[in-house]
Design a protein around this ligand. Sequence first.
Ligand code: ATP
Ligand code: MG
Length: 248
Amino acid sequence: MINATGVHKSFAIGSRTVHALRGIDLSIESPGFYAIMGRSGSGKSTLLHMLSAMDRPDKGEIIVSGHAIHSMGEAQATMFRRKDIGVIFQAFNLIPTMTALENVQLPGLLAGDQSKELIARSHELLDLLGLEDRTTHRPEALSGGEQQRVAIARALLYKPAVIFADEPTGNLDTAASAMVWSMLRDIAKEQRVTIVMVTHEPQAASYCQRIFVMNDGMIVGTIDAPEQGAFDAGTIATRTQHLLSATQ
Ligand SMILES: Nc1ncnc2c1ncn2[C@@H]1O[C@H](COP(=O)(O)OP(=O)(O)OP(=O)(O)O)[C@@H](O)[C@H]1O
Ligand SMILES: [Mg+2]
């Protein structure tokens, strides 16, 4: 599903070089809900940019759903992002002049698809996200949580096998966040999608089955949900702290 090996990425800022990723190995073999955690600046967003073909690594290989990302050209990467994966950001990135339904259809409209199937699928997805009575609302008439659920529906439009989410609840309150996390968890399970979410919050990661912990451009460990019972935020915070202090 996702296989990254030896991924490096640096940025030049003036005369200084920032090594954002220093040899990432990451493997996800089965559908489910996964978290990437780590301090600010540890390289989480950079890694997600590489995995979602928004940028290319300096070194290393990345395979997502059978596509070799590291060697993709710009045109290929655009098609890959539109059809093969879904992406969700902290800012909901909805088009203000479009209704919820049109925002969900957007990737299809951009590809020139006006089919009945596209409209039917968009309605189906708004239903799935609990927004069936919000189809004609524009973003300004929706709450933050509702806007992010429209963005999730949009990410699901072409039934991608993989969805990447960077701090998807960073702009939401606790109740709306919990709703988004549980919906992502259920979608991963019921639609057999691989969802990879970057988050700062142990509470968010508690909905996931596996957590990859990053520090200074590397994955320093993984934490798996217990076989029985819930993954609680307190345990996650403690175990993440242990992993980070062991690798200082
Ligand atoms: N386009 C860029 N140009 C220059 N430096 C960058 C760029 N993108 C990221 N960096 C640097 O790479 C490092 C990792 O950044 P990244 O955004 O991946 O961290 P992060 O873990 O997502 O942090 P946060 O939790 O604050 O979002 C940082 O030092 C950052 O300043
Ligand atoms: Mg980030």
